[in-house]
Design a protein around this ligand. Structure first.
Ligand code: ZN
Length: 440
């Protein structure tokens, strides 16, 4: 009987009062509210969040913890606090020390409205994964000092810390754990720091929550889109049956919530909409390949004959000097092959000079230059064009000079192929050797 009573008490502690705060939300009877509050001891579970660790908060199905990073920053943090107050929802704020120094009234407001305050370093450097632990310790402690000073109540700040950018490293985690801090990672994010719109923030947050159905959601109260998205996001969570859990630090006045160790273990739940792959041991037949025949190698025609040849079976490596030790002979692969020779090879005609069309480009210009001495004007224009970086094919009119004639009188002494001016795009080709012009 005593054991049954104890089990009932534990169960009641785990479940907590059912949405009492939601029903008591002034002016909003349909508010989302807080379904229960859990008190945690940072020294018992120092590393939280499935994104980085094996443990996360001991949440039940359809329970969400809201966290906001990087603030406070008006007017967005104020808007977020307004929305949370309207829904009677409590969240955890991981504040940056420098921001808390700048806007202490928002630190005080968040605390006065019942939210949990953690810290997020002093300056939010994105080097926590590689900085010296001494530097990380300074960032951590300065952040706590700034937020506590802004609040003017050291006990009002929980020993909850989130690494900037979630850029963890072992030495920093060891420092945090040794000093009694609880390092919070996340279970899912909404990507609201990626400058996406409010609608997309809601879509990503809901999709990822639905995929895991419980966990810590990361948001940023300094983002305008997050402040805009939050009312609709909270309504969407309520419509889908989700409940908000508030997390506080256990202390002398608030004993820790009774939990079971396995509740802290991160579950790898698969989304219900995704098909599961069942690994079964079926006796599948092994692959069988046919024995290859000669047709496969395209050599089994009546017009070919097989000629046995042999390759050298050994080869010597080149030696760079007398002092090198002799290298062992290397056997070539394969040792002997058969090559196929065509008994009636198809003969191709010898190519004519006209097949090399590019040779006429040079030939025409050279031949015409040799026969017709170009006028002096052309050299002037060409030189001016070259200076200006213009192409030779686009001569430009120079003051007092007419542009050179594009066509000249065909030389009757040249072959017909030479009188044909090449058309289309002309490219600069390297001058071939004289042997190519040995035309008949
Ligand atoms: Zn951050």
């Amino acid at each position: 009987m005593r054991s049954a009573t104890a089990a009932y008490c534990l169960l009641a502690a785990l479940i907590g009062p059912a949405s009492a705060a939601a029903a008591d939300c002034p002016g909003n009877p349909g508010a989302l509210g807080v379904s229960r509050t859990i008190a945690v001891d940072p020294t018992e579970h120092p590393l939280l969040g499935a994104h980085n660790y094996r443990e996360s908060l001991p949440l039940n199905d359809h329970e969400i913890v809201l966290t906001f990073d990087d603030g406070p920053l008006p007017p967005y943090t104020s808007r977020v606090l307004d929305t949370l107050a309207a829904e009677c929802v409590k969240a955890t704020f991981f504040m940056v020390g420098r921001m808390a120094q700048g806007y202490p009234h928002l630190v005080q407001r968040a605390h006065a409205e019942g939210h949990t305050l953690g810290t997020h370093s002093q300056n939010h450097p994105f080097t926590f994964h590689k900085m010296l632990v001494e530097d990380a310790a300074r960032e951590i402690e300065d952040g706590f000092t700034s937020v506590r000073t802004a609040l003017a109540d050291p006990k009002g700040v929980s020993d909850f810390f989130r690494v900037p950018g979630l850029l963890r490293q072992d030495s920093v985690e060891q420092y945090l754990t040794a000093h009694g801090y609880m390092t919070w990672s996340v279970d899912f994010m909404a990507d609201d720091w990626r400058h996406i719109g409010a609608r997309e923030i809601i879509r990503r947050a809901v999709n990822r929550i639905e995929a895991h159905r419980r966990g810590i959601l990361l948001l940023h109260d300094i983002q305008p889109a997050t402040a805009l998205a939050l009312p609709q996001l909270l309504r969407e969570l309520k419509n889908r049956g989700y409940k908000i859990v508030h997390v506080v630090q256990a202390g002398p006045e608030r004993p820790k919530t009774a939990t079971l160790p396995e509740q802290w273990v991160v579950r790898s739940e698969q989304p219900s909409i995704w098909p599961h792959v069942a690994l079964v041991d079926l006796p599948l037949p092994g692959p069988v390949l046919e024995v290859p025949n000669r047709q496969i190698f395209a050599s089994a025609t009546a017009r070919v004959k097989m000629v046995p040849v042999a390759l050298s079976t050994t080869a010597e490596r080149p030696r760079s000097g007398e002092e090198d030790p002799p290298s062992p002979a290397v056997a070539l692969w394969p040792r002997g092959v058969k090559v196929v020779s065509l008994s009636d090879p198809e003969a191709l005609p010898v190519p004519a000079a006209e097949n090399f069309r590019y040779s006429r480009v040079w030939r025409v210009r050279n031949a015409e230059r040799a026969v017709h001495k170009p006028p002096a004007k052309k050299h002037v224009v060409a030189a001016a064009s070259r200076r200006d970086g213009l192409s030779m094919s686009t001569p430009r009119r120079v003051d007092g000079l007419a542009p050179p004639a594009r066509t000249s009188t065909p030389n009757p002494n040249l072959p017909a192929t030479f009188r044909q001016r090449p058309s289309g795009h002309q490219i600069q080709l390297p001058k071939p050797t004289a042997g190519l012009y040995g035309l008949p």
